[in-house]
Write a protein that binds this ligand. Structure first.
Ligand SMILES: NC(=O)C1=CN([C@@H]2O[C@H](COP(=O)(O)OP(=O)(O)OC[C@H]3O[C@@H](n4cnc5c(N)ncnc54)[C@H](O)[C@@H]3O)[C@@H](O)[C@H]2O)[C@@H](O)CC1
Length: 496
């Protein structure tokens, strides 16, 4: 899995690469700028497009200057450069790249105060004012300039990070950032790109390699990493010859009430399709007809049989979808906790734990909690930012000895040691009821098949989003049933 670095580590990677690959810092800037232009070409292929590049005086601005030259060399005829001279200092790489442009008689416009910014007519703006060197919130002329550029409503492509947007740390709701349609980011995405507050600064991002030393990056001690397709290829095991249903575990899902039987059926359906050898559903008796007609492969367990003698045959137990929070449901959850086995808990099981926090202490180690933001805050208290929420999730995973799957556009899977895996699969077409129930069924399925709690959560989250991404190629919206119908096919693509 790819390590995600903080900016201090990123600068060390920079320095290590310069030292060990014996390249000059300005050459690394050149390589980053070329990588930027390569990605830019895909976005703005029309070479006659007018482009304004706003350059600060640090290395982000240095990139902007190099990008101007490379764009011109690549045939872009309408490139203008605006030098944002709000700081007395400039970096050496900036100075070198400025000289290179001056030697080419490249037209340069000085912007010495925010009021100096001319009425920009260019169709596309490249933001190279401030990058990852940001050390405080924007104020003074920078703030004024950013507000003026935002008011233009032009297509903005940012170099590495939008001006004013911190790469890591809590994001303020009232933060002012230069709003980018796209960020072309160097080597690794910034951790803050994965939080919902980032919509204030960027619509999307793409990451380009710039030649930093990968071994150094992977050896950095970082609590964050990304899960990608190749990571699963070695992890997901193919079905073995001579195997039988007993080889692939037996999952139990405790879910549903009369009015929410669909949630239970969706979970069990997903569990089945992800390959569990046997799936049993514990629902109220009133749901039996629906179960037998909809999912004939799934077995039934009476609620009264949720006792050790009847449940010890299951290799994974999940509970929560559509379970309700009334007295009867609380008794079911308390009974499950008394089994003293790891549980996969979602939805109403989490709501009940939020209502009765003492239940959290009864969780067996190796359990998996799958809250979305509201469920998470109900469990662990309100948070002002996603950064803080993720910090709490890391502490709680460690304290409770469980895996926390904090669901969002980018889902965070926090393992028992507090390490975070970020899942990037999934899309807005999946924003429909029942998706969480499907995810619970998938985690239960992989846990039943013998994967560790963290592996099961990582495989399930990746697969869930990936199946959705494949469907989104031909569909606008994706129902939970559509997704379940797809997972086995998607899973096939992940196996070596
Ligand atoms: N390894 C990498 O990631 C590489 C990064 N490069 C570029 O270098 C950038 C980082 O460059 P720098 O470290 O020079 O920093 P920046 O160019 O982001 O910022 C430069 C200056 O802005 C000042 N500053 C910080 N916050 C401010 C604020 N709120 N208001 C006013 N001034 C503020 C700082 O004192 C600093 O001197 C990256 O974003 C990227 O564009 C590339 O050139 C090459 C490799």
């Amino acid at each position: 899995m790819k390590n995600l670095l903080n900016q201090k580590q990123m600068r060390s990677a920079d320095a290590f690469t310069i030292k060990n690959k014996e390249i000059l810092s300005v050459d690394l800037m050149e390589s980053a700028s070329r990588a930027f232009v390569k990605a830019f070409l895909q976005e703005v292929p029309e070479k006659a497009t007018s482009i304004a590049i706003l350059c600060g005086k640090g290395n982000n601005g240095g990139d902007g200057l190099a990008i101007a030259r490379i764009l011109k060399d690549s045939g872009y005829s309408g490139v203008s450069v605006y030098l944002v001279n709000f700081s007395a200092k400039e970096t050496e790489e900036y100075t070198i790249n400025l000289k290179r442009l001056e030697d080419l008689w490249f037209p340069l416009t000085a912007v010495n105060t925010a009021a100096d910014l001319p009425d920009l007519k260019e169709k596309v703006i490249i933001d190279a004012i401030l990058g990852s060197g940001l050390n405080a919130v924007l104020e003074g002329p920078y703030l004024q300039l950013v507000e003026s550029v935002n008011a233009l409503n032009r297509q903005v492509i940012a170099v590495d990070v939008p001006t004013g947007f911190p790469a890591e740390g809590p994001l303020k709701k009232e933060g002012v950032y230069l709003k980018a349609d796209l960020v072309i980011c160097f080597q690794r995405p910034k951790i803050n790109f994965f939080f919902p507050e980032s919509v204030q600064a960027l619509k999307r991002f793409t990451v380009v390699p710039i030649g930093l030393d990968e071994e150094f990056i992977q050896n950095c001690d970082s609590p964050y990493r990304l899960i990608e397709g190749p990571d699963l290829t070695g992890l997901v095991k193919p079905r073995a010859p001579f195997s039988h249903k007993g080889t692939y575990g037996h999952a139990l899902i405790v879910a549903g009430q009369q009015q929410t039987m669909g949630a239970a059926l969706l979970s069990a359906h997903a569990c089945l399709h992800a390959g569990a050898g046997l799936t049993t559903l514990s629902i109220p008796e009133s749901g039996l007809t629906a179960l037998n007609t909809r999912l004939p492969e799934v077995m039934y367990l009476d609620r009264a049989d949720l006792i050790p003698e009847k449940t010890n045959k299951f290799s994974a137990i999940a509970a929560g979808p559509g379970l309700g929070t009334a007295e009867g449901s609380i008794a079911i959850l308390q009974g499950l906790l008394k089994l003293k086995v790891p549980l996969i808990l979602d939805a109403d099981a989490l709501n009940m734990m939020g209502d009765k926090p003492e239940l959290l202490k009864q969780l067996s180690s190796g359990s998996v909690l799958t809250p979305h933001m509201k469920e998470f805050d109900h469990l662990f208290g309100d948070h002002d930012s996603w950064w803080e929420r993720l910090e709490t999730a890391r502490e709680k995973a460690l304290e409770l000895g469980c895996v926390i799957v904090l669901k969002n556009q980018y889902t965070f899977i926090i393992d028992l040691t507090g390490k975070v895996t970020v899942n990037t699969t999934g899309n807005a077409g999946m924003a429909q009821g029942g998706m969480g129930d499907v995810l619970t069924g998938l985690i239960a399925s992989f846990a039943a098949q013998g994967y560790t709690a963290n592996e099961a959560a990582c495989i399930a989250c990746y697969l869930h989003g990936k199946a959705g991404d494949e469907l989104a190629e031909t569909q606008v919206s994706i129902s939970a049933s559509d997704l379940t119908g797809r997972v086995s096919k998607t899973l096939k693509g992940l196996i070596k």
